[in-house]
Design a protein around this ligand. Sequence first.
Ligand code: SF4
Length: 203
Amino acid sequence: MVRTDTEIPVMEHFYTLQGEGHHAGTPAYFIRLAGCDVGCHWCDVKESWSVSEDQWMPISEVTQIARESGAPIAVITGGEPTMYDLGPLTRSLKAAGLRTHIETSGAHPFTGDFDWVTLSPKKFKAAREEYFSQAHELKVIVYNAHDLTWAVEQAAHCDPQRTKLYLQPEWSRRDRVDQVIQFILKHPQWHLSLQTHKYINIP
Ligand code: SF4
């Protein structure tokens, strides 16, 4: 799938406020890479699963746009961004003065130079073990009640001194928020993450 290490497939890119997790409310330039082979049935960006020819962009161009936005942080997301070698993109962004963050399911080998790693493992394709020691943040999407049990199993792989733990009700199941709150009150090492960008209708 990779054409050259100077290009990367980008589905969309935009400057906004981060909506969820530890950095919610922080301005960041989002680079959503095209392509995902994880297959979550509740995925709200299914259009990111495939890659088209016209989505390949020079890394130098993506970097220039992100730098000129004035954003302090670039968030690499997807799709599943670890399908690609992220070394060239992260080196380029850091050389331009941006901090680099990633949001990943951890389904493919870890590459790149990141200041912050958000691991959001999915039941549909297990995260590779190497991500649990890298994660600054573990974010588990709660779709059904069993996801809380599964979240605890995933957290057991993390370093409690390093990794902040978040539970995030899936958007279509936000009626589950009361259940998640009750769980967090009993297990205060966890925190609530909400998709605030959806509530305030920003990208
Ligand atoms: Fe969608 Fe992300 Fe799951 Fe891929 S890993 S199917 S992009 S939610």
